[in-house]
Ligand binder design. Structure first.
Ligand code: FO1
Length: 313
């Protein structure tokens, strides 16, 4: 009898593991709860980057270079917008745009975000249960030296340049979990924290009323998004150092506290296993870098095997 698995995921990193899990779990056995804290309104459209990254990855449509957006895009809309002097800082390809347009149209008609997401999954032949964390808007706000910035303004428009002081999730106090979220967690045998940014991708999900309490009841296994601490490049590294966070798999474990039963870390981080186990969190060491679909499946298999061991502890 296959496990009932619930995965909590952000965008690019999380979607790779979700893809692996979707390839090996039988239909009806995988629910994914996606971060919507990165969502925003732009050009009159509701854009849900993490949901869309998951959708495109699961549908085999994702852009392999960026991880977000679609492969084989055309850019007629954006090029034309530029000639007209419109805002082009957020790259919306023509095909991607159709998805944002259709979602916005349905939301305006009165459908909920989870209803629209279910429709999109059906239209693109995605058979897993993909749920937004909430149907209510929750927006990650970045507190910076330049004041508070909406997440995409900070991340994409300002290229993470302002110094970060912290985050808050506007709207989370009144947001309730989307229909099906608490039910899926209630019947889950195993909860997987995907290799997504703990502070800006997984924390917003766990901050929605009732989700953390439902997760903590379960066997929870994480996959560290941080590999070889010092090797971390790009905006995440800058963000960590500004927040005074030493980026490592150990820090991730400390961050999640009592939530975790087990953590999958990369072979480069094997030396951290002792310190992680001292926190009463079991460790599985493996190569966690996902370069292709075979890697995604292999890691998903390891996560399920390790998770099954954790369920018995
Ligand atoms: N990220 C960028 O760095 N630049 C972009 O222009 C950009 C456009 C974009 C369009 C659609 C989409 O679904 C995602 C997009 N992303 C872009 C990624 C996204 O904003 C971030 O990676 C996530 O929010 C972080 O998880």
């Amino acid at each position: 009898m296959a496990l009932n698995v619930v995965a909590l995921a952000g965008g690019v990193g999380g979607s790779k593991l979700v893809h692996g899990l979707a390839e090996i779990l039988p239909e009806g056995k995988l629910t994914v709860i996606a971060n919507t804290g990165d969502d925003f309104e732009h050009l009159g459209l509701t854009i849900c980057p993490d949901l869309d990254t998951l959708v495109y990855t699961l549908a085999g449509l994702a852009n392999p270079q960026t991880g977000w957006g679609r492969a084989g895009e055309t850019w007629g809309f954006l090029e034309t917008l530029e000639t007209l002097g419109g805002p082009t800082w957020f790259q919306l390809g023509d095909r991607d745009l159709a998805l944002h347009h259709e979602r916005t149209r349905r939301l305006k008609e009165g459908q909920s975000l989870s209803e629209v997401t279910r429709h999109i999954c059906q239209a693109l032949d995605i058979s897993i249960n993909l749920l937004p964390m909430s149907d209510h808007p929750v927006r990650t706000i970045v507190d910076t030296d330049d004041g508070e910035l909406a997440f995409q303004d900070y991340f994409v428009a300002r290229r993470c340049e302002p110094r970060v002081k912290g985050f808050r999730f506007a709207g989370v106090e009144t947001a309730s979990p989307a229909p099906g979220v608490i039910e899926a967690l209630g019947t889950a045998d195993l909860v997987v924290l995907c290799p997504s940014n703990p502070w800006v991708s997984l924390d917003p999900i766990l901050a929605v009323k009732g989700i953390r309490d439902a997760v903590v009841e379960k066997a929870v296994v994480g996959v560290s998004p941080i590999v070889g601490g010092k090797a971390i490049k790009g905006p995440a590294a800058k963000m960590y150092s500004e927040l005074g966070i030493q980026p490592s798999a150990l820090t991730v474990v400390e961050h999640f506290g009592d939530l975790l039963k087990g953590m999958v870390i990369d072979t480069q981080d094997e030396h951290l296993a002792i310190d992680i186990e001292a926190l009463d969190v079991h460790v599985r060491v493996t190569n966690t870098i996902m370069m292709n679909v075979r890697d995604r499946i292999r890691i998903a298999e390891e996560v399920l095997e390790f998770g099954t061991e954790m369920m018995a502890r």
